[in-house]
Design a protein around this ligand. Structure first.
Ligand code: HSE
Length: 341
C-alpha cells in the first residue's frame, strides 16, 4: 500500500517509526506492505518518490529539522504540493496528520476531497475535516468505494470508532460521555500532584500530547471537536461548534483543586454527546466516579447502548506511538476491506 503523508510532526514520525519497526511482522501476519511515497510538511519541505522513501533517512532528516537533509536519489522529487503528489497517481491512501483547524478545517479539507476524487483511501488523525465536513467526505468516499477512516481523531489508538461503528454496529448508541482530551487530563493529574499550570502544560507539550496550538486543548475546543466527530459518526447529527456548550480548564485555580480534594472530589474535563447536542465542561467528580480515576494522558468513554447498557473504554488518549497505532489500525482495516493494494 503506497501512502502519502500530510504532516510529519509527532504523529507522522510516530507512524513512520511503527511502520519501520513492525514492517516484517505486518507483512507476515497481516499481508500489509506499506510504503511511504510522499511526505508533505508545513515547515520542513516535502519529498516524493514513486518507489518509496527510506523511513530511517526520512526520520533522520526530520530530526535535523528539514527534509532537505534527505539524501539525493534518482527519481526523488522535492517541493511538490499535495495536489501534485495526488495527481502523480502513485499512491493508494492519503494520511492526513497536519495540525487541526477547527474553524475551517483547511487546508486539510481541500486535500482530503482531492484525495477522494483521485481514488485514494483517506485516513485522518487531523480532526478538522471529520468534525466539520464528515457528511460530505463520507458520501464521496461511499460513492467511490473508498474507505474514510479516522480512528486517531478520538482517543488516539484506543479503538473508540471501531468499537462504536463495528463491534457495536447492531446496537443503538444513545449517548457518549467521557474524558476526551489527553493534554488537560494529564495537566489536571500533574497539577493535583503540585505542578503549576504552566509546568504541567510544558510537560504535556514535551510529551507530544498537546496540539500545535495548545489553547485548543486547555480551552476545551479539542474535546469539542471530538464531540462533533462522535455526533456526526454515531448519531448522524449535523451539529456545529456553535451548538455546543464548551469551556476548558483555564479557569481552574490551585485553590479550586485543593478545595475539590478536601471535599473528596477531583476536577475532570468531561465531554458529552447525544443526538440532541453536546458539551465540554470541567466538573468536580466524587472519587467514587470511575472517570475520576482516569489519570494522566489516558482517556475514557462510556457509550450508552440499547442492547448492552453502558460500555466503557479506557486507554491512551494522546501521544506519538499511541496515535500512530490508530493510523496503523486504519491502514490494516483498509487492507482487509480492499484486498492487497
Ligand atoms: N491534543 C490532543 C489531546 C491530542 O491532548 O487529547 C489527541 O487528540
Amino acid at each position: 500500500m503506497k501512502l502519502l503523508l500530510i504532516g510529519f510532526g509527532v504523529v507522522g514520525q510516530g507512524l513512520a517509526e511503527i511502520l519501520q519497526s513492525k514492517a516484517a511482522q505486518l507483512k507476515q501476519a497481516q499481508g500489509l506492505s506499506a510504503t511511504i511515497v510522499g511526505v508533505i510538511t508545513g515547515s520542513k519541505g516535502s519529498l516524493f518518490h514513486a518507489d518509496g522513501l527510506d523511513i530511517a533517512e526520512l526520520l533522520a532528516a526530520a530530526e535535523i529539522g528539514s527534509l532537505d537533509a534527505y539524501p539525493e536519489r534518482t527519481g526523488l522529487r522535492r517541493g511538490l504540493s499535495a495536489s501534485e503528489m495526488i495527481a502523480a497517481g502513485d499512491s493508494d491512501a492519503l494520511v492526513e496528520m497536519s495540525p487541526t483547524n477547527l474553524q475551517t478545517a483547511q487546508p486539510a479539507l481541500a486535500i482530503c476531497h482531492q484525495a477522494l476524487d483521485a481514488g485514494l483511501h483517506l485516513v485522518l488523525a487531523n480532526k478538522g475535516p471529520v468534525a466539520l465536513d464528515y457528511a460530505n467526505l463520507r458520501a464521496k468516499a461511499l460513492s467511490k468505494g473508498l474507505q474514510l477512516r479516522y480512528e486517531a481523531t478520538v482517543m488516539a489508538g484506543t479503538p473508540t470508532m471501531q468499537l462504536a461503528e463495528e463491534a457495536l454496529a447492531g446496537c443503538e448508541i444513545r449517548s457518549a460521555r467521557g474524558i476526551l482530551n489527553g493534554t488537560t487530563n494529564y495537566m489536571l493529574t500533574r497539577m493535583e500532584a503540585g505542578l503549576t499550570y504552566a509546568e504541567a502544560l510544558a510537560q504535556a507539550q514535551a510529551l507530544g500530547y498537546a496540539e500545535t496550538d495548545p489553547s485548543g486543548d486547555v480551552e476545551g475546543w479539542d474535546a469539542a471537536g471530538k464531540v462533533l466527530i462522535l455526533a456526526n459518526a454515531l448519531f448522524g447529527s449535523s451539529l456545529t461548534m456553535a451548538d455546543l456548550d464548551v469551556s476548558g480548564i483555564t479557569q481552574i485555580s490551585a485553590a479550586d483543586m485543593a478545595a475539590a480534594k478536601s471535599a473528596g472530589q477531583r476536577y475532570k474535563l468531561i465531554a458529552g454527546a447525544s443526538p440532541s447536542g453536546g458539551s465540554v465542561k470541567a466538573l468536580r467528580l466524587p472519587l467514587s466516579d470511575p472517570l475520576a480515576n482516569v489519570a494522566g494522558a489516558a482517556n475514557a468513554i462510556t457509550l450508552e447502548t440499547d442492547l448492552l447498557g453502558a460500555v466503557t473504554l479506557i486507554g491512551a488518549g494522546a501521544g506519538q506511538l499511541e496515535t500512530g497505532s490508530a493510523i496503523l489500525s486504519d491502514l490494516l482495516a483498509i487492507q482487509r476491506g480492499a484486498g492487497r493494494i
